[in-house]
Design a protein around this ligand. Structure first.
Ligand code: FAS
Ligand code: PHB
Length: 389
């Protein structure tokens, strides 16, 4: 088999890259370990940054997003019994859209299949060779046949637990947090329009949603928590305590998903090795407090698609040579913002009294200073693509 770009992974990064390359006339093949049904049902991110929505519109992928997505002009921070709104529209003139990652993935797969894209699901034993100058991807296809895919470049979009990052030895930057998130999806109508992030002495909680019928909620739990150890009743009780605010009520309902997600900050530098380019979670992960994970993956592949197009169509290597540094500026900005939101909002076992006072001071300053609120707002809604500070 031969193509111009071999893409490993059919998450948001791999699928959007394939779509963007196709728009530029570049052929690609996407190799995915899981089934189509699995990747389309995987519950993950929920918030699309403003630049993400703009890009999806620009490239013809926002028809259902514009119909079913929920535009939000702010969030609120809850602490010390108060609820404080951060008004994105007033502060930075733009907002976010709540639209589940699995919906983005469904739209991307539908678009690629509609356009004749080559997506191979349920592949296994993927190997990478010849990354210096003539990449060859080995894999066993869904029918058990061993295949070889020769290509001009490989995009490692295979997530944090994929194989592509392990083919070289990038410098790893890593920060573990002493807590995790227990996330639930509930068949319960949201009782308020916007997201609420709560810093409560018993721990962090997040109020989000997926549709007028589905609420998305998270609770900070110890890092080694087994989701099964939390009964539905215990989850609702704890959410009610941590999210309490004047006038706020919480609709309960049957849980349709319950899982624990670890909290880590990781960056691999560089994001390129010869003809291999890492994008998305394969290169970096962030704690979900800043709602950056999927948005960073999308920002990476916007840069990568342009760089590979310049290289493969015009022999211009400036984009691929600058790829890693260009992406890492945005990655580190998102890493810092995600670490900052996480540190400000979570009370961990080692949050000593001094650190607790610092947290409360930071929260109070953020909701009373226009300058501080503007800084949160511009990072949360997403810095414009290309303005990688
Ligand atoms: P992905 O992990 O989405 O996709 C990688 C793909 O590669 C997967 O489909 C995988 O099956 C495939 N793959 C792996 N190894 C392979 C191999 N050897 N061969 C072929 N295919 C292979 N972000 C947020 O912003 N908010 C959240 O609330 C949030 N919650 C999350 C919860 C969980 C449990 C996880 C794991 C992540 C969460 N994230 C969240 C982050 C998440 O949204 C990622 O940032 C996003 O999926 C990144 O997209 P990709 O880089 O495409 O990686
Ligand atoms: C979600 O709706 O899943 C969500 C929202 C905001 C976050 C993380 C997750 O920071």
């Amino acid at each position: 088999m031969r193509t111009q770009v071999g893409i490993i992974g059919a998450g948001p990064a791999g699928l959007l890259l394939s779509h963007l390359l196709a728009r530029a006339g570049i052929d690609s093949v996407v190799l995915e370990a899981r089934s189509r049904d699995y990747v389309e049902r995987r519950v993950r991110a929920g918030v699309l940054e403003h630049p993400t929505v703009e890009l999806l519109r620009e490239v013809g992928l926002a028809e259902r997003l514009d119909r079913e997505g929920m535009p939000h002009d702010g969030i609120s921070l809850r602490f010390d019994g108060g609820d404080h709104r951060i008004d994105f529209a007033d502060l930075v003139g733009r907002g976010i859209t709540v639209y589940g990652q699995q919906e983005v993935v469904k739209d991307l797969i539908a678009a690629r299949l509609r356009d004749g894209g080559d997506l191979r699901f349920e592949v296994s034993d993927v190997t990478l060779d010849g990354l210096a100058d003539a990449p060859v991807i080995g894999f066993t296809d869904a029918d058990g046949q061993r295949q070889e895919l020769r290509c001009d470049a490989v995009a490692g979009c295979d997530g944090f637990h994929g194989i592509s990052r392990g083919t070289f030895e990038p410098q790893m930057f890593d920060r573990e947090y002493p807590y995790a998130w227990l996330g639930i999806l509930a068949k319960a109508a949201p009782t308020q329009h916007e997201l609420a992030y709560a810093n409560h002495p018993r721990g962090f909680a997040l109020y989000s949603m997926r549709s007028p019928e589905i609420t998305r909620l998270y609770l900070q739990v110890p890092p080694d928590t087994d989701a099964g150890a939390w009964s539905d009743a215990r989850i609702w009780d704890e959410l009610g305590v941590r999210l309490a605010a004047d006038g706020f009520t919480l609709n309960e309902g049957p849980l349709i998903e319950k899982s624990v997600t670890g909290m880590r900050s990781v960056v691999a530098e560089p994001m390129r090795h010869g003809r291999l380019f890492l994008a998305g979670d394969a290169a970096h992960i962030v704690p979900p407090t800043g709602a950056k994970g999927m948005n960073l993956a999308i920002a990476d592949v916007r840069v990568l698609a342009e760089a590979l197009t310049d290289y493969l169509r015009r022999g211009d290597e400036s984009g691929v040579d600058a790829y890693s540094d260009t992406c890492l500026r945005r990655v580190w900005r998102a890493e810092h913002f995600s670490w900052w939101m996480t540190s400000m909002l979570h009370v961990s076992p080692d949050t000593d009294p001094f650190a607790r006072r610092l947290q409360l001071s930071q929260l109070h300053y953020t909701v009373t200073s226009r300058a501080a609120a503007t800084s949160l707002a511009e990072n949360y809604v997403g810095l414009p693509h290309g303005e990688n500070r």
